[in-house]
Design a protein around this ligand. Sequence first.
Ligand code: NDP
Length: 502
Amino acid sequence: MTQAGEGAEGPVSRREPGGHADGLSAGWDYAPAPESRDIVSIAPEYGLFVAGEFAPAAGGRTFSTVNPATEETLSRVAAAGPADVDRAVAAARAAYDQVWGPMPGAERAKYLYRIARALQERAREFAVLESLDNGKPIRESRDVDVPLAAAHFFYYAGWADKLEHAGFGPAPRPLGVAGQVIPWNFPLMMAAWKLAPALAAGNTCVLKPAETTPLTALLLAEVCHQAGLPPGVVNVLTGAGDAGAALVAHPGIDKVAFTGSTEVGKEIARSVAGTGKKLTLELGGKAANIVFDDAPVEQAVEGIVNGIFFNQGHVCCAGSRLLVQDSVAGAVVDRLRRRLASLRLGDPLDKNTDIGAVNSPEQLDKITRLSATGEAEGARRWSPPCRLPDRGYWFAPTIFTGVSQSHRIAREEIFGPVLSVLTFRTPEEAVAKANNTPYGLSAGAWTEKGSRILWLAQRLRAGVIWANTYNRFDPASPFGGYQESGFGREGGRHGLAAYLDA
Ligand code: NDP
C-alpha cells in the first residue's frame, strides 16, 4: 500500500510508526507516550456469548480480527450462523419470559448500575482494547468512548424503576427480544447505546457487533457475566453481515435496532416490513458545519477539526461539509491548514496521537476512491506534510476547497478524515446548501448571535444541531436523524420509547 491520502498540494509519505507525523515539528516534538497494552489480555480465540456462556459457533467457523494500525492478527473469533442465531434468540426469549420481563424495574436497575461501575473500574482495559481493535487514538477511547458507554448504563439504570413516569402511559410494557446490529466506528459505545435502554425497559437482547471490531463487545459480555446478569438477558453473536441479516430476519425477535450504512439500513427496512417488528435505524450523514463571519475563528477552527477529524472522520454525524461565509473563507481555511499541520497521526496507543488508523482496508479504499473523485471533478485537494506508517491502514487529514454542491465529495458519506469546503453569502443560502442532502442527522453553527442560532435551528433539517460546539454527546440527549439518516431516537427519554410498547 503506498501513497494513501497523497495530496495534490501536500505530499504524503510513509514512515515508521511512533515518530512524529506533522511536517512542522522537525525541530521540536513530543516524546512518544505509549499506553501499555499489558492491561489487556486477548485470548487467541473467542466463542459466541449465548445464555451466559462462551461457546464456539455451531458450524465451527471463525474469522480473524486485526489491529488496523499494524495489521497484526489480534484473535480469532467465532462466526455465527443461522443455528447460532436460533439458539441466541431462544436464550433471549427464555430469559425475557422467565426472569427479566417479570423482574421489577428497581431490580433490573441494580444490574445496570453494576455494569456501569464495572465499565468504570475496567476503563483502561476497555480503552486499550478498543484502540487495538479499532485503530482510534487512545485519547478518544479513554476520554470519550468508554466514559460515555458507562454514562449510558448509569443514565438508563436511573430510568429502569421510573418507566411509568416517563410519559408513555401508566404501565408501559417492554417489547420482548431485541436484535441489535452495530457498526465498527464506536464499537463499545454503540453496544452501550443499544443495550442500556433496551435492558432498562425490560427487554432482552441479541447483539451483533461489526466483523472488524468484535473484541470490546465480547469484553462487555464478560462484564455482564461479572455483574451476575441472568443468562440469556444479553447475548453477543460475532460474525459477518450474514449473521446480522439472519438476526434481523429471525421471526423470534420483536424489535430491530440498527446503526450503520444507509444501504444496509434500507435492506433491513425491507426485511422487517410487514412483520410487525418495531424498527429504529441510525444511518449515514453528510452534515454541514456552518461558520458565519462573526464567529470566533480560533474556536470555530477547533470545532471544524473536532467535527471531521475526530475518530478519523468515521462518525455518522461528522461535520464533513464545511459551509463558511464567503467574507471569512480565506482566513478560516488558512488557520485550518495551520491547525492541521499540528495534528499528530500515528500509533493509536500513543497518548499524543490525534489521528489513528483507518479501521479496515475496505474503508481505506473507499476513502481513497471518493477523494480521487474530488480531484477528478475539479476540487482542490490539500493535506499537511504528513508521513504515514509503513504498515497498517492510514489516510492523511485532507481538505478540499473549491467544492461545488454537485461534487460527489459534497454529497456522499466518505466516512474518513476528509473535509469538503463550500462557501455561502447569506444565512438563507447557508440553510439551502446545508439542507441540500438526502441525509439529515446533524449540523453545526458557529456565530456569536443567539438569535441567528435559533433562526437556523428552525430551518435546518437535522436531528441534532450543535451551536458553537460539535460532536458533543450526552446520554440524556436524544440522537437520531431524518430522511436517509434513519428514524427513531437513541439517548434520553426518547431512547426508551424505542424499546417500549407505548
Ligand atoms: P454496514 O452498514 O455494512 O455495517 C454495519 C453493521 O451491519 C455491521 O455489524 C455489519 O456486519 C452488519 N451488516 C452488514 N450487512 C448486513 C445485512 N444485510 N443485514 C444486517 N446486518 C448487516 O457498514 P460497513 O461496515 O460495511 O461500512 C460501509 C459504509 O457504511 C462505510 O463506508 C460508511 O460510509 C458507512 N457507515 C456508516 C455508519 C454510520 O454510523 N453512519 C457506521 C458504519 C458504516 P459486518 O461488520 O460483518 O459487515
